[in-house]
Design a protein around this ligand. Sequence first.
Ligand code: ATP
Ligand code: MG
Length: 718
Amino acid sequence: MDVSHLLDDLNEPQREAVTAADGHMLVLAGAGSGKTRVLVHRIAWLIQVHHVSPMGLMAVTFTNKAAGEMRNRVARLLNLRPDGLWIGTFHGICHRLLRMHAAEVGLPETFQILDSDDQYRLIRRVIRDMQLDEGEFPARQMQGYINHHKDEGRRPADVDCFDHSFQARQVAIYRHYQDYCERAGLVDFAELMLRTLELLRDHDARRAHYRDRFRHILIDEFQDTNTLQYALVRLLTGPDNRLFVVGDDDQSIYGWRGARVENVAHFSRDFNPAIVRLEQNYRSTATILEAANRVIDHNDQRMGKNLWTEGERGEPIRIFSAYNADEEADFVVARISEWIEQGGRPSETAVLYRSNAQSRLFEQALLREDIPYRVYGGLRFFERAEVKDAMAYLRLLHNPHDDPAFERVVNLPARGIGERTVALVRDHARTLGLSLFQASGELLQGGGFTARAGAAMRAFLGLVEALRSAHADSPLGEAMSAVVEQTELVAWYQSREPADRAEAREENLAELVRAADSFSQPFEDEQAGLSPMASFLAQAALEAGEHQGERWEDCVQLMTLHSAKGLEFPLVFMAGMEEGLFPHQKSIEEPERLAEERRLCYVGMTRAMRQLYICHAESRMLRGQTSFSRPSRFLAEIPAKLTENLRPSLSASPARASAPVADNVGLGLGATVRHARFGIGTVINIEGQGAGARLQVNFESAGPKWLVSAYANLERLA
Ligand code: ATP
Ligand code: MG
């Protein structure tokens, strides 16, 4: 059989790894050097050359998306679908095993997975049932405590506790929680893996069975495995099993979630694998690669690698300093427009950011330009639960007869209005043809509720009325801000969710207030007699609707740096490169977390194939306040010779008067112009020349905007 096509597109060390005869293998290499490619080819090689049945292989990757891609690539190489091949994430594979062996590990066939939210609520209930002080044992902390022990493979009985009563009580909470899960047939995320570990550890026959079945186990992104996952791999590996592990210590970015980069060293020690290093990068231009290498050089305790490329030097890394976050988004989207105008595809571009809340401005700017986009690893802004919650109150403020909004928040935050009360209201409304709001009012007056439900309903209706009378005519931003404050949504999320989740929701609500505050009503809406609030509500509903993004394959990709791992794009923007945002405020003080942030920066930069833009804003709204920040320290770690400053920030360089004139339109700095949509403004900055020149115009009402002079159709005023 001709198998040369399996080796054609591989370099020498890659071939060595793919065709290795026997034994374990560790491929340790930097970004874009073909690790994932090698792993895929190895699977095909084992099937085609060593006649390993696809059923005898297990491949583990980090996300379901990556697993899907891997399956397709193997199928393409082999020209057939490798049915029976187990490719998945650790969680997915463990879940599958537990379903097959539920009875053996003492789980009911119908066991349910407990997500992190449910887990938190259950822990809180356990603490209350035990009549412990929630101040002394905050549910959130206990959740972290329990998951940490599970991730390290410890059951309550394994936790060291001296006679110290505080520690003993923590263990007791863990035990009670676990007992509850057992009785109710609930399995949290960490439990999926711990149970599987116990299945393989304690049932010799099962262990033997799976060792016999999965002769080959291949693992991508090994640097982000945790203790439990590594223990699982060890259990599955008997004398006749072979591990094929690929990873990059410089891309370990999940330490905060328990990943252990030491596993790479442990693997070397425990299994004595052959080691192949790949040093040629095939993804990025020499400039991008060198910049990324220089940044990661600032970390110590690296295994050390030397990545090089035969690729061209390529274009410099462009650094854009925006005055504020809106301008950053406008700039990025203007560059994406150009990319598309010049024949590029939207899906070749990605905007990467540190925190999910940053997506909103990019979403809005993309919508404005009618460019399809997709937000990964998070919902689009107006689809997020907390945003919808707050918007539901705004809708009631605008129109109390909005029944879906009423349904959504009548008991949110929880105020003791149960399903039975709501059913009563629905019935009454249906019989008399009233809105839910009216029906509740009537029932309340007629004494139709129990005392408890009545009091709760009175509080809810009162809240909506109070918001209405105070803010029906207020400026939009004020109304939105009042909604967020008076509904006490933030406190509600904080009381029931892990800290990081609640914090993200708080950030999103602050973003929402800001969005309302800076909302400028489309002229057409105003003409049509809509109030600004009505316009805003309509726009939010449309943005949350399904008319854009999702279904289009060819869209701009918006995602956090974390979810970009393993992917590549010709044109990449890294946004919000500011101290406090990236590196994140919480990481600045701790050297280890700072090093992890730097690795995240390395991951981000190495996603770029041809062009990389790095942007930062001098000011942005964070948690409802304008904050000013310095550019990220990571920017200073990129050698200046590799970068081009698109617009030096005002404070750094006032010498912008020498900027060239966009001669084709005859506009110079200081010229007064009129734009069809933005109105009258003054040219305050010019970049480039001729038709491609970009002008920054400070509009009287719309504020500063970047425009491409060839498309802007600016009219020069005297
Ligand atoms: P990351 O660390 O980001 O996960 P990786 O090491 O897994 O990267 P791959 O994604 O496998 O790298 O490969 C990076 C790019 O280089 C891909 O586009 C891949 O197709 C290409 N590539 C890899 N090896 C070769 C080769 N020998 N010849 C040509 N292109 C290659
Ligand atoms: Mg990879």
